[in-house]
Design a protein around this ligand. Structure first.
Ligand SMILES: *[C@@H]1O[C@H](CO)[C@@H](O)[C@H](O)[C@H]1NC(C)=O
Ligand SMILES: *[C@@H]1O[C@H](CO)[C@@H](O)[C@H](O)[C@H]1NC(C)=O
Length: 301
């Protein structure tokens, strides 16, 4: 599963943050820590990564119909996240990551890089302003899927004890990462849950009969529930923490169960991504809990 994993925060992130810090704009900066589902083509600029999407049919639904580096036929979720306006457009970042250090790319490496960014901001605008800036920044994290896919590729179907242990390990590592970000000044967390990854074309293609891999959907569901519990717990010990969790799992389920109700005839990634981000902004439970991304952005307490 090396092909799905790659790391590194990219240079545009630094630019985004520093320029916003410099002008003191009211628009909160957005940091995206994500996996390939949130990559807007950053991998094109990373030397030595095997995670590539620079070949057809990736990009087929763009006007020029060429691959962009997104692991998608068109725009993905990261393209539609933008807290500055109602027009949903792309932030300039989308690194790829996984939670566990076994995988080729590490969320922990991204956090080390973010620690540098954070100290760079302090050096430039002073500790107090840097704290203020980070406390109103939105930290989008979309991760976990690569870990599950890698685990399944390695061990196949395992019994429930082993499965639960694996999910617990993921969550424990996730807790460390989120706590690290909090210590670095992050306060507002926009968590994107793991979708029904058993339906990913890449996964179905490795299943001899082409069907979805149900086990992976179970992992995703368990992980999402555990993430909710984790965030509730973290809020009791980190009192300035705020969060919203968007459920791509629920979005994908609703689309698959009743696409016409949502005005969708087939399920192109681009439409699904746009719908998901809109849902996280303005819909309600079970699609986004306990508050919406919009409320998270606007919460200035
Ligand atoms: C950020 O900090 C690192 C380490 O302290 C330093 O090497 C780098 O030049 C700084 N970058 C900027 C843009 O100030
Ligand atoms: C699950 O599988 C592991 C490894 O094969 C085994 O040691 C363990 O006893 C199994 N647990 C259950 C409840 O079947």
């Amino acid at each position: 599963m090396d092909g799905l994993t790659t790391a590194l925060l990219t240079f545009p992130l630094f630019l985004c943050v520093l320029s916003t810090a410099a002008v003191g704009a009211a628009v909160p900066p957005v940091y995206v820590f994500g996996d390939s589902t949130a990559d807007v083509g950053t991998n094109n600029y990373l030397p030595g990564t095997s995670a590539k999407a620079d070949f057809p049919h990736n990009g087929i639904d763009f006007p020029h119909r060429r691959p962009t580096g997104r692991f998608s036929n068109g725009y993905n979720g990261a393209d539609f996240i933008d807290t500055s306006s109602k027009a949903l457009t792309s932030p300039p970042v989308a690194p790829a990551s996984s939670i566990l250090p076994e995988a080729q790319s590490l969320l922990s490496m991204q956090l080390k890089q973010f620690a540098i960014v954070s100290s760079n901001i302090s050096a430039r605008v002073g500790v107090e302003s840097a704290d203020k800036l980070l406390s109103r920044s939105i930290f989008v994290i979309s991760t976990g899927a690569n870990d599950m896919i890698a685990f399944f590729a390695r061990f196949g179907s395992v019994n429930t004890t082993q499965r639960d242990e694996f999910v617990a390990t993921l969550i424990s590592n996730y807790e460390d990462h989120i706590t690290t970000l909090y210590k670095l000044g992050a306060r507002k967390f926009a968590i994107v849950g793991v979708p029904k990854i058993g339906y990913c074309p890449s996964q179905r293609s490795v299943n001899p009969n082409g069907d979805c891999i149900k086990d992976l959907n179970v992992y995703a569901s368990k992980f999402n529930k555990a993430t909710e519990a984790l965030m509730r717990k973290l809020c009791t010990t980190n009192e300035r923490m705020k969060y919203s969790i968007g459920s791509t799992y629920q979005i994908v389920s609703s689309i698959m169960e009743n696409p016409h109700k949502l005005g969708i005839c087939s399920i192109p990634h681009k439409l699904t991504s746009k719908l998901a981000v809109e849902a996280f902004y303005t819909w309600s439970a079970p699609f986004v809990t306990p508050i919406t991304f919009k409320e998270l952005v606007e919460d200035d307490r």
